[in-house]
Design a protein. Structure first.
Length: 648
């Protein structure tokens, strides 16, 4: 296992971590959490021997292989597929050795190296690399394009693909979802669930952590705290620990006051001097317990808009695209005060195009597009961070918007977004991506929009800021359209979902669980189609277009999702009941295995345990039967759906 014993480290003159210890066990998955700047990335640098310890020891098992995502992509004309494969140093060194052996005509060495290459996965590496790249959003046609043809965000996906392809015992992932859309996040989530090595993950995405992590390593007051379970479990455990800590602190303060009172009363009396001095020493030795500070450093709310016209935006038969290329057609969408819409769909399907249309960055090619007088748009997108004046301060940015309030009023406002004290007058240029994103949000909120357009607003935001944004959006009274890979945010603030797919924008009948299933089912269908096409080509036949009409298929899929939505929810509910019952039964059986429970003095406990066992066994049986019935009905519906598709 990886063992960190009493380690501490600094960044410059700032202490990030006081002496702390933590062990990482083989095959376990850990999420490392904490506010921005607390030392999470420094911990990863330490694990990679890029950071010097102030104190303590770091043990890494001999022979283990650690892989991390590169932060920079080289300037290369190498194809994406070839560049991804080149990231596996083991395969690269074996190939180089094979080339040398072939040049030397060393048959024995050549045979040995072919065996090693097979064991290292060389003969299926292209297929594995293509699968990973497809999961991260690259089309088949992209794989032979040069790396330099892609933007920075896509290059980070390539770096991620390189890390996932490598065989590793330890995988370090620092905010892997920042440059991904929701579909790619869902795919990565499933991939990491199957990863057999030790995973260390830094993420601010609660849902992502919940689905993957088995342990939480939390930076708290310059110390590392370890929790067992996922993020939801961590929240419950930490809340209970803080509650107990607060009680302990209050108890200690009562003791301190009592001791101090004795000292004050008797320190001047000779007869009591010895006892008073004893109390002084006792007070000095008493360990201070810090009062609990359950406080989010960010606190803000959306102002009531100056106007709330109804409707804000009305679209009918809209076509939108770039130059002569149509991206979306026949779009119908009305936005009224209180609309809370989440856009779902694959990367490149047109979600950002629709947001830009609403933001009036693009004009429609055709159709009826109407906006009400008094429409006031608040538009957040990643490129807007780049429009900040790097030589100005957060305070100056706000003063340029409104010179009426006093400097202190502006400072008070900025404090809610984390710009307190000197931070309000620090230059924007050196700020982190998260700090710049917070400033853009602060400027948007200040202008009282009645239509809020948010395109991936949580990138680079830590958990506290995401929580603050989530709470603020709950009270927003205007209309909102959100694109995000943060499912916690989507589920919390959106009331309706629209699917952007195949050039259309349509209401999505289901929740985010239904969308996850839709994504995975679509990937399976595409893989099956690719296999069929490959088989047809291998047989020398021409590739034919799918016989199914695309519009008909979409309609049938929508109907299928709608009529099976209740069944899938029932299945999920039954699974939760079974999981709870199984956990309860395991606990009861553990207690019943103790011989002491069968003693006469424990008769009441034994009867209680047996009654509980019967109760949860009955619950488990009932849930299993209901689950089987629901699964059978779902399979029947799936068969019916397949027949409808074939009938066309």
């Amino acid at each position: 296992m990886i063992k960190l014993s009493n380690i501490s480290f600094m960044r410059g003159t700032k202490t990030l971590l006081e002496p702390s210890s933590v062990d990482f066990y083989p095959g376990h998955k850990y999420a490392v959490i904490g506010p921005n700047g607390c030392g999470k990335s420094s911990l990863f640098a330490l694990l990679q021997n890029k950071l010097t310890l102030e104190t303590g020891e770091y043990h890494f098992p001999k022979g283990w292989r650690m892989v991390a995502v590169a932060q920079h992509t080289p300037n290369t004309e190498e194809t994406i597929l070839a560049h991804t494969i080149s990231g596996d140093d083991v395969l690269s060194s074996l190939r180089a050795a094979l080339a040398a052996a072939e040049a030397a005509e060393d048959g024995e060495r050549i045979a040995e190296l072919h065996g090693q290459l097979e064991h290292a996965g060389w003969y299926d590496v292209e297929a594995r690399a293509a699968t990973i790249l497809a999961g991260l959003g690259f089309a088949n046609d992209d794989l032979q394009k040069p790396v330099n043809a892609f933007s920075g965000g896509w290059k980070m996906r390539i770096n991620l693909a390189k890390a996932l392809l490598c065989q590793s015992d330890v995988l370090l992932l620092d905010e892997p979802t920042n440059h991904l859309d929701l579909d790619a996040v869902i795919w990565l989530e499933k991939w990491l669930q199957r990863y057999a090595g030790t995973l260390l993950l830094i993420s601010h995405d609660k849902s992502f952590i919940d689905e993957i992590a088995q342990h939480i390593i939390s930076f708290e007051s310059q110390s590392l705290m370890t929790y067992t379970g996922n993020y939801s479990s961590y929240q419950k455990q930490r809340a209970e620990r803080l509650r107990l800590q607060q009680l302990q602190f209050e108890k200690q303060q009562t003791q301190v006051a009592h001791l101090q009172s004795f000292i004050d009363r008797f320190k001047a009396k000779a007869s009591k001097a010895k006892q008073a001095q004893s109390r002084v020493k006792q007070l000095e030795k008493m360990q201070e317990i810090a009062p609990v500070q359950i406080h989010n450093p960010f606190s803000f709310e959306f102002y009531e808009p100056n106007k709330l016209p109804n409707p804000l935006v009305a679209m009918e038969a809209i076509t939108v695209g770039y130059d002569e290329t149509v991206i979306l057609s026949s779009v119908k969408l009305n936005l009224v005060p209180g609309s809370r819409i989440g856009l779902l769909g694959r990367n490149g399907a047109g979600k950002s195009t629709l947001i830009k249309l609403l933001a009036q960055v693009h004009a429609p090619m055709s159709g009826d597009y109407q906006t009400s007088q008094g429409l006031d748009i608040g538009y957040f997108a990643q490129h807007q961070v780049e429009t900040l004046d790097l030589d100005a301060t957060p305070l100056l940015h706000l003063q340029r918007l409104d010179r009426v309030p006093t400097e202190q009023q502006h400072r008070d406002y900025l404090g809610g977004f984390g710009f307190q004290g000197d931070e309000a007058t620090s230059l924007v240029g050196p700020m982190s991506g998260g700090e710049k994103a917070r400033l853009v949000l602060a400027l948007i909120v200040y202008q009282k929009p009645n239509l809020l357009l948010l395109d991936e607003p949580t990138n680079h935001l830590d958990l506290d800021m995401r929580d603050a944004l989530n709470f603020a959006l709950q009270g927003f009274t205007g209309a909102m359209v959100l694109v995000s890979h943060d499912r916690t945010l989507l589920a919390s603030v959106c009331e309706d979902f629209y699917l952007v797919d195949s050039g259309a924008v349509e209401p999505f009948r289901g929740d985010l669980s239904d969308y996850t299933k839709w994504v995975l089912d679509t990937v399976k269908q595409e893989k099956a189609q690719e296999k069929a096409d490959s088989k047809a080509q291998a047989q020398g036949t021409e590739k034919t277009e799918p016989a199914i009409d695309r519009k008909l298929q979409k309609r049938l899929e929508a109907e299928f999702r709608q009529r099976t939505s209740g069944l899938r929810k029932d299945i999920t509910r039954y699974e939760k009941v079974m999981e709870t019952a199984q956990a309860k039964l395991a606990d009861i059986e553990s207690q019943l295995a103790d011989p002491a429970v069968y003693e006469e003095a424990q008769k009441n406990l034994l009867n209680s345990l047996l009654a509980e066992q019967a109760k949860y066994s009955s619950q488990l049986d009932d849930a299993e039967m209901a689950w089987c019935d629901a699964q059978e009905q779902l399979e029947q519906e799936q068969t019916k759906f397949s027949e409808e598709l074939k009938a066309g």
